[in-house]
Design a protein around this ligand. Structure first.
Ligand code: 13P
Length: 250
């Protein structure tokens, strides 16, 4: 089954309005120069920039997403942002359960699942992140941890159209370390098998790899069976670094 790849940039807590607009504009113009693009392109800026970036990207090949959302539609949750607000701001995606949120904010699989369900409720595509720590990998627990996260974070009502899974080994994020392609292959195959037990159209779900993806290693990673795109941190901040990654999937 051919699955349209998704190349996604997660800007994390980086970028002010002016420079972000300039980078997004540069990315859009590269996509425009390309004409027909064979993959979906996504940028997830900090929440405060979602509205501005969505306006800038309107009508282009680049979609905009949020890095997180609250589980509830509205209410007394000071400082939080609902999936409905994100959709209202013009975004089409929300990341749920990035390892930095699982760690920094103690988000459990249960909370991640609720956030992904909130994203679906608002009509967004949920990108559910999973990944093992170095200790878990060294103790041979990777596949068990991934299965547990997939099974317990997957939103109710997940389909290939509304849910994406991102495999991001925690030890590969921002470190320059990348797993062997055979290890990525093993985990992605495992996720695909798990999904087949959990949903009907599992074959069509985009499985992204994330963790130190760069222009220099992207082609090799994207060639792995069951890798249907990338979730990119540092190398997504500048259009000139991100575009070569997009190009591997055009
Ligand atoms: P880096 O690409 O900076 O390693 O970050 C990966 C990531 O966490 C994307 O969500």
């Amino acid at each position: 089954m051919s699955v349209r790849p998704l190349i996604a940039g997660n800007w994390k807590m980086n970028g002010l309005a002016k420079e972000s607009a300039a980078e997004l504009s540069a990315l859009i113009s590269k996509a425009n120069d390309q004409g027909e693009v064979g993959c979906d392109i996504l940028i997830c800026p900090p929440a405060l920039l979602v509205s501005q970036m969505a306006t800038l990207a309107e009508g282009s090949a680049v979609s905009i997403g949020a890095q997180d959302c609250h589980t509830q539609e509205k209410g007394a949750h000071t400082g939080d942002i609902s999936a409905e607000m994100i959709a209202d701001a013009g975004a089409g995606y929300a990341i749920a359960g990035h390892s930095e949120r699982r760690t920094d904010h103690g988000e459990s699989n249960e909370v991640v699942k609720m956030k992904a369900e909130a994203a679906l409720r608002a009509g967004l595509i949920a990108i559910v992140c999973v990944g093992e720590t170095l200790e878990e990998r060294e103790n041979g627990k990777t596949l068990d941890i991934i299965s547990d996260q997939v099974k317990n974070s997957l939103p109710e009502g997940a389909t290939a159209a509304n849910t994406v899974i991102a495999y991001e080994p925690v030890w590969a994020i921002g470190t320059g370390k990348v797993p062997a392609t055979s290890d990525v292959d093993e985990v992605h195959n495992h996720i695909r098998s798990d999904l087949k037990l959990l949903m009907k159209d599992a074959e069509g779900v985009r499985l992204l790899y994330g963790g130190s993806v760069k222009g220099s290693n992207a082609a090799e990673l994207m060639a792995v069976e069951n890798v249907n795109g990338a979730l990119v941190g540092g190398a997504s901040l500048k259009a000139e670094d991100f575009w070569p990654i997009v190009e591997t999937s055009l």
